[in-house]
Design a protein around this ligand. Structure first.
Ligand SMILES: [Zn+2]
Length: 234
């Protein structure tokens, strides 16, 4: 029996440390996985102090990624620990299982990332509808909140930058728009067309090799000269 449960851990919670599968119950609609943490203690989310002094425990039922046409729900025994640091404002805290749970979430981390991927592809309403197809009931706004919580995609630092001026009002206030020439994305907007403003901006972006002004390139190190002399006139 113990060996079977060990194999179930590899199957059900692979690459998640310190989790024991205690039971698996299957009915027509749902697979329920009873589990608990095997870690000796946990770290306080506020002060980071580790504690193994248990205050109490309770059950949590985060939904997991469906399997074989059935909903999957974890039945997690979660321990609440005393924070050992007297100066910490938190007296007790509940443990989280890294890679599996997070505070206040009704989903496992892998269901959360599945729903976020669906939301990225389909956005709110269609994303919620798609989730229902694979048996997860989620609202349109919950899908959108998941997208909000995603980190910004890493954009590579620009190498070739285009500098263009444009007038806010016809013939009056000029601003400068900076564009990544290789990705064609606007990068920043400078409040004027002063060379010194551009030079300051360039100094903060050491990765820039080429600056194009009026579509003619010159090398970034030349931008300093441009700043002091009023421009190389390229
Ligand atoms: Zn604490």
């Amino acid at each position: 029996m113990e060996e079977t449960l060990l194999r179930l851990e590899e199957l059900l919670v692979p690459s998640i440390a310190d989790v024991a599968v205690l039971s698996v119950d299957v009915n027509d609609e749902t697979i329920s996985i009873g589990s608990r943490s095997t870690a000796a203690g946990a770290a306080c989310p506020d002060c980071g102090s580790r504690s193994s002094r248990i205050h109490s425990s309770y059950l949590r039922f985060p939904a997991d990624v469906p399997s074989a046409g059935r909903r999957v729900v974890l039945c997690l025994r979660v321990r609440r620990f005393f924070c050992p640091d007297d100066s910490c404002g938190r007296r007790t805290f509940a443990e989280q299982m890294s890679g599996l749970t997070r505070r206040h979430s009704r989903w496992t981390e892998r269901l959360r990332s599945t729903l976020a991927a669906v939301g990225l592809a389909l956005a709110g309403r269609a994303g919620a509808r798609m989730a229902r197809v694979f048996g997860v009931s989620v609202s349109r706004s919950a899908v959108l909140r998941l997208l909000d919580a995603l980190p910004d995609p890493e954009t590579p630092a620009p190498r070739v930058v285009g500098v263009d001026e444009y007038a806010m009002r016809k013939g009056h206030v000029y601003e400068t728009v900076l564009v990544d020439v290789e990705t064609r994305r606007p990068i920043d907007l400078l409040p004027n067309r002063e060379a010194s403003t551009l030079v300051k901006w360039l100094a903060k972006c050491p990765g820039i090799e080429v600056v194009c002004r009026d579509r003619a390139p010159f090398f970034a190190e030349g931008a300093t000269a441009w700043g002091t002399s009023g421009g190389p006139g390229c």
